[in-house]
Design a protein around this ligand. Structure first.
Ligand code: DC
Length: 222
């Protein structure tokens, strides 16, 4: 078992990133948003004009990308090639293409290696799709957050509108459904609840209720 490692998985919009960031803060642990890593590679692919069909080129981009965690004001920021690109990572363009990039075997191998290396340090929270089932099956604590499709789409929609993107709720529902399907049916490390992960349905819970539930389980077992 890898002590001091918290894996939080679940589908798009289940609240993982917000919850995981707060859990890390409460526990005093490092936080890594692995979805942001796949999004960062997707952003680089789009910006470099690389075709989504060019699997080798996409793999090479991932292998040549550096990731660093930076903590300027008590919050972890992921630096991609030494730059904070967080603002770009949740755009509709990235949302649309990220599942294709995340299917790329070389991309996954490159990113999973970095995630495993970080976990060796301990005292870390990682959130994603395959952390408990594939990246770190020996993590001390595993959680799987889920919520109804309507609730998950509503959260994504509100996030996009708040950022000033022009999208309709119906479009977001469709996008979340497509991403769910792609994430759960891909051949390599699909979205899947590990048998020993604690399932939390966040549909009717406040963020802090989810955070408190996770922190209290982790503190009991520490
Ligand atoms: O959690 P998110 O929406 O930021 O994730 C973006 C995409 O990255 C998601 O569609 C699937 C992929 N992903 C993955 O395949 N494995 C992970 N560990 C994290 C994310």
């Amino acid at each position: 078992m890898i002590k001091g490692v918290i894996a939080i998985d679940g589908p798009a919009g289940a609240g993982k990133s917000t919850v995981a960031r707060l859990v890390a803060k409460e526990m005093g642990y490092t936080y890594l948003d692995t979805g942001a890593m796949y999004r960062a590679i997707t952003d680089k692919v789009i910006r470099s004009g690389t075709s989504l069909l060019a699997a080798d080129e996409i793999g090479k981009i991932a292998e040549e990308t550096s990731f660093k965690l930076h903590k300027p004001n008590g919050d972890y920021i992921l630096l991609v090639d030494d730059v904070d690109v967080s603002e770009r990572l949740r755009s509709p363009e990235v949302n649309k293409s990220v599942s294709v990039v995340a299917e790329n075997e070389r991309v996954r191998m490159a990113l999973v290696a970095i995630q495993r290396e970080l976990a060796k340090q301990g005292e870390v929270v990682l959130d994603g799709r395959d952390i408990g089932s594939f990246v770190l099956p020996d993590a001390q604590w595993k959680f799987f957050l889920d919520a109804s499709i309507e609730e998950r789409a509503k959260r994504r929609y509100e996030e996009l509108v708040e950022k000033g993107y022009q999208v309709s709720y119906a479009e977001v529902v469709e996008e979340v459904k497509v991403r769910d399907r792609k994430d759960s049916t891909r051949a390599l490390a699909p979205l899947k609840r590990a048998d020993d992960a604690t399932l939390i349905d966040t549909s009717n819970l406040e963020i802090m209720e989810v955070v408190d539930a996770i922190v209290s389980i982790c503190r009991q077992g520490a």
